[in-house]
Structure formats: C-alpha cells, structure tokens
Design a protein around this ligand. Structure first.
Ligand code: IPE
Ligand code: IPE
Ligand code: MG
Length: 243
C-alpha cells in the first residue's frame, strides 16, 4: 500500500500481551487483584470492538506457563477470575456471535475450570464472527513441543526427520487461524514472554506504554492504524512488494 493512501488495512489476526495490571493497581494504592479485575473490563470492551470492526481472530495472553511462579494468593485469585469470566460471559459472547477457544495446557486447572472451558467452547462453537482465543497456562515452547508430540502420536510409523513446517503448523495451537498479523503488548515491556512464537514468525509488533486496564477502543484503533502503515515484505524487496 502506498503511504499516500488513507485506506486502513486491517489485520486478520491480532494477538495481545495484556500487561500492566499490577502497575495500574499499584499507582492507585490498590491490591494487584484490583488491576486484574479492571483488566477484565478492558477485555470485554476490546472483544466487542474487534467484533464490530470485523476482525477475524483475537488472541489474548491471560496466563503464561511462567505465571505459576507468582505468589499463591495472586494465582488463586486469577483462577477465580478466570472461572467467573467463563461462567458469566458466554451469553454476551453468543450475542456478539463470538466463538471462544482456550489454548494452553488445561490439565493444570481445577476440574471445575476444565468443565467450564469445555462448556464455554461448546456453547459458542457454531458462532461465525470473531474467533476469541484465550491463552491460559500457555507457553510458546510448550506449544511447539506439544505439536511435535501430537504429530508423532498420530504418525507412529514416521520419523521426526520427515517432519515438515506444514506438519508443525497443522498440530500447533490456533492451527485453523491465519498467522498473527499484529502483536500488541501493553505495559511498556518489549518482549515476547514465551507467547505465540511459532504463529508470530512474521507478525508486526506494536508496543505501548499504556497499562492494560487503560487500553481502550481508541488505543486499539491507533495500533491498527500503525499496522496499516507498515510494509510487510515477507523476505522480498520493497520493489517486489509494491507491484
Ligand atoms: C498482566 O499484568 C496480567 C497477567 C500476567 C496475569 P501483570 O500482572 O503482569 O501486571 P504488571 O506487569 O505487574 O504491572
Ligand atoms: C506476560 O506477562 C503474560 C501475560 C500477559 C499473561 P508477564 O507480566 O507475566 O511477563 P514478564 O514475566 O514480565 O515477561
Ligand atoms: Mg507483567
């Protein structure tokens, strides 16, 4: 796209590392959990906004494989919030025609959470609008290793030496979705923190100092506008892409 054009090119798949809840709370002399509660409000607003914009897929990093290292009290409260959201938000997702997927190793969650994950996924299965994926107990390294293991289980007769990139892509999380086009990280940090490392191989990165509870519809529009100015070359030259 030429720089003069004002046409906005929308990403098909947006992934967000929702960071800064703790600092948002600390600034207000509130407990960290207040930041997570406020962060859930941002999630709801942004999901509705992405639906309205016609974005195909939104993937949110809610809890990493490393987040178990946090104080047990914070981990417990986050699990409680996750369960509450699974129980309360499904009807709203259905109203917005949103399909919900949970990606990550769910075996570490309580039985109750696991049951509600299955329920929420099945209740939104037939929705044809935005695909909302929540990464929970997710790690990019876990994901790649898991894809290799699953492939081997399905193809016991084959050697991993025959494995192709397409094979990994077929068994990796979110395999039915396009690769991530735009990765947003709030909270000022500029790192991946073991998020979707395979799926973000050619993503455009957008970092903002905004803390997640402050990130709103206008903030997302700004990120999309920035994305739309980028020239994605996928290894080619600028001249080739301009054709
Ligand atoms: C992100 O906010 C939410 C989770 C990781 C669950 P943080 O809790 O990491 O907030 P900061 O980085 O401490 O401000
Ligand atoms: C990344 O945030 C994980 C989530 C947003 C769920 P962290 O706040 O845990 O990341 P690091 O540890 O500072 O890199
Ligand atoms: Mg953080």
């Amino acid at each position: 796209m030429s720089q003069e054009s004002h046409q906005i090119i929308q990403p098909q798949h947006i992934a967000i590392i929702m960071d800064g809840n703790g600092r948002w709370a600390k600034k207000r002399f509130l407990p960290r959990f207040a930041g997570h509660q406020k962060g859930l409000k941002s999630v709801k607003r942004l999901v509705a906004h992405c639906s309205m914009l016609g974005i195909k897929a939104l993937t949110l990093f809610a809890f990493s494989t490393e987040n178990w290292r946090r104080p047990p009290d914070e981990v417990n409260k986050l699990m409680g919030l996750f369960l509450k959201a699974l129980q309360k938000e499904v009807s709203r997702l259905n109203e917005n025609n949103v399909r919900l997927l949970i990606v990550g190793d769910r075996s570490a969650f309580s039985k109750e959470i696991q049951e509600h994950i299955l329920l929420a996924e099945s209740m939104t299965r037939d929705n044809t609008g935005l695909v909302l994926s929540i990464a929970a107990n997710y790690g990019g390294r876990w994901d790649i290793l898991e894809a290799v293991k699953q492939w081997q289980l399905v193809h016991p007769e084959k050697s991993v030496l025959d494995m192709t990139e397409e094979d990994v892509s077929q068994y990796i999380a979110l395999n039915a979705l396009p690769d991530v086009d735009l990765l947003i990280r709030t909270g000022g940090e500029q790192r991946i923190s073991n998020f979707l490392i395979w799926q973000m191989a050619y993503a455009e990165f957008y970092f903002t100092e905004d803390l997640w509870p402050d990130f709103d519809e206008a903030s997302l529009d700004k990120a999309i506008a920035s994305f739309s100015q980028r020239e994605r070359r996928f290894g080619k030259t600028s001249e080739q892409v301009a054709k």
